[in-house]
Design a binder for this molecule. Sequence first.
Ligand SMILES: *Cc1c(COP(=O)(O)O)cnc(C)c1O
Length: 587
Amino acid sequence: MNKTAKPLITEAHTKGGQIAYFSMEIAIHPLMPTYSGGLGVLAGDTLRSAADLGMPVAAFTLLHRKGYFRQHLDPSGGQTEETQPWNPADFCTELPTRVAVTIEGRRVTLRAWRYDMVGRFGHIVPIYLLDTDLESNTGWDRGLTDHLYGGDTNYRFQQEVVLGMGGLRMAKALGLYVDVFHMNEGHAALLTLALLETQLGGGPQDGPTESDIERVRQRCVFTTHTPVPAGHDRFSVEQAIRILGGDRTARLRDLGCFHDGFLNLTMTALRFSRYANGVALQHGRVSREMFPEFNIDSITNGVHAATWTSEPIQHLLDEVVPQWRRDNLCLRNLIDLDEEKILTAHARAKVELLAEVASRTGQVLNPRVLTLGFARRAATYKRADLLFTDPERLAKIAKASGGLQILYAGKAHPQDEPGKALIRRVVENAAQLSNDMLRIVYLENYEWKLGAMLTAGVDVWVNTPQRPYEASGTSGMKAALNGVPSLSILDGWWIEGWIEGVTGWAIEDGATDADEAEAMYLKLENTVVPLYRSQQKWAQVMRTTIAYNGSYFNTDRMVRQYARSAYYTGVLLSSTVQLMQEESLAR
Ligand SMILES: *Cc1c(COP(=O)(O)O)cnc(C)c1O
């Protein structure tokens, strides 16, 4: 590793300040339960790549002291949840700075814990985890930063005040000079309200002028992750008045942050951002249809390559494209990789995964048998049970293939009863259908490490969302980096990543669930199973999967796109310089 290489984007340090990245969840470290799923993993991977690239980024999130839950499943698939308290001092440094926000008229004090995300050349991206567990706060307020996505909308709203408004105050109190505020999803949108108030010098007397609003807009960018209206955070007028106060609520309403009579945080973020994007091409289109008055771009998600490749694959890449960690584009050169090499590396990852399955469940699977993986949040639109639409058909495919193994994992949100019922259905089917030829296992407590082992160790990554609910999806990208092709509905990122028979296979659109199940069976029977018998041809799909999709669907490429399209536009640089000059004159 070349330790002397310079970080790439150093000019930003001299031109101005930082990019402040706000996210309700961030997968920072495998032992810190501060994330629930895809959104948090994306935030973590974004910051890992920003650190690798030497970008001047600082991040803000909540501490989530009680941790996202650990999942337990009883033999019939019933989920129970256990909190995972963790000790911030094991990973972070407590800072002496204190700031306060007003919630329901109460003054809530907060502090921050600093975690240093260190890039591969030693550049540090600090992450500030906000914490209200202080003696000066009431019991309720002390718990505001305990649970990620816990409680009701009341609790969520108050957390969002802490993240958005508290985060902004903390950034100021820490003396950060922030050029760009990046809101990762609408949860942090209230920071725009705090920015506007700062712009007005704290005086709520007169309404803001267009130029006040424009000043805020010039500093904010926003990424939306939700493809359906119901998924956007929204709060009733009464709730907003109670929590934020009447003046602030009226101001937000006057500024067009309400939608269908609710305070809508996506609208708020869009209204106050000079740049907004969806997380895949299709998601950009869907978002523009949902919010036609805004110009919404798209930057397709990625994953952090070195985090999500298995050890055996990393060794292989170090051997054949040694510069891949510095520049993921090099993975394109795997196009003519020796077939034996990739088969061997993947076989090792598969053996490791199956050993883990055996140690967790006592079920011994066969490393030579075609193995499908399906792991994601147990939400009904993801249709984890689509493979069981016709059990006899599935059994037939297993027989024709000389055996079939399917690994499942995924948590349901604690309040999502249909999601929990879905897990029970998959577990019941697994028990009923498993035989010598077909082995189906549901693994408990899907999280970072299990996700990494699954995406690296199975042979095919399956995804069956109902269109267009999958904004992007990233687990298939992790699989691709490990040479594992996808078999997926054409939704989210897969519309862009799919080259039939080269990076995986499409499940063609149908009018009904049953039609799409049929399309999946056909693809398995006629294409996937026969191809798996020819390991050389299979290896050719594996190598093109890494070459085409691993080289593109990574956060190395994604963060560079954010730098060019969202962070450092010509407008920004000139307005920043102007702003700095004005601020220094005013001092
Ligand atoms: C990557 C990852 C996700 C996101 O994957 P999707 O394809 O969006 O479902 C969720 N949870 C964990 C633990 C992950 O590692």
